[in-house]
Design a protein around this ligand. Structure first.
Ligand SMILES: [Fe+2]
Ligand SMILES: [Fe+2]
Length: 214
């Protein structure tokens, strides 16, 4: 099916004017590029993967402003359906993109049931790992005035992302190191393992420097 990616990209980008760094348009483009790599390896429907990647976080800014009770995956999926219907795309294509978007979120209960949805979910999670994950972790901590490093067990158990004791290390202990087990595709799993290994090494080094050992 012929899709006008330029037009879809333009519409998607226009929804990111008020976005914040970890989930800005740069995040969308990283997810898009990785999703294309995964789609090639897994032989998925490229048009569905590309369109879903471009539109997957169009409601993210609203979720950030809502203070809860708003799922950007569910609302974004509905919005994407509306956009694609208005652009005249057929029903099967539109519903395939819609499902990938509604199932991409780590926390909601909708599981990806198509290869394309699995790829989007994997690409989105992979953006929290590796060197990008380190960068994103520090961006988050900077915005919340958090400490550079903290290995205190109480902070790990507390798991309070908005607390100044919540750092890249505590996020890694609570969530990031387990993401590799939540991959749906073989290609995604391989990249996740490599990115997690990098992150583990980085955090060990950071800990050594903080303790004055290096
Ligand atoms: Fe998302
Ligand atoms: Fe995302």
């Amino acid at each position: 099916m012929k899709i006008n990616l330029k037009e879809i990209k333009q519409i998607a980008k226009s929804r990111f004017i008020n976005s914040i760094s970890c989930h800005d348009w740069d995040h969308v483009m990283r997810v898009y590029l990785l999703a294309v790599v995964l789609a090639k390896k897994e032989k998925a429907d490229m048009a569905v993967v590309k369109t879903a990647a471009l539109l997957h976080d169009i409601k993210r800014a609203e979720e950030m402003l809502s203070g809860g009770n708003f799922c950007h995956a569910l609302e974004g999926a509905k919005e994407a359906e509306k956009i694609l219907q208005e652009l005249g795309y057929d029903k099967d294509f539109t519903l395939a993109v819609k499902h990938a978007i509604e199932a991409h979120r780590y926390r909601n209960n909708i599981k990806p049931n198509s290869l394309e949805a699995k790829i989007l979910s994997d690409a989105d999670k992979l953006d929290a790992l590796g060197a990008i994950g380190v960068g994103r972790g520090f961006l988050w901590c900077g915005r919340h005035g958090s400490r550079l490093h903290n290995t205190d067990k109480k902070s790990i158990l507390a798991n309070s992302p908005h607390d100044k004791n919540h750092t890249l290390y505590t996020e890694y202990m609570v969530k990031l190191r387990f993401l590799k087990n939540k991959m749906f595709t073989e290609s995604g799993r391989k990249i996740a393992q490599e990115r997690t290994a990098f992150m583990t090494k980085f955090l060990k080094r950071l800990d050594s420097e903080v303790k004055g050992k290096l």
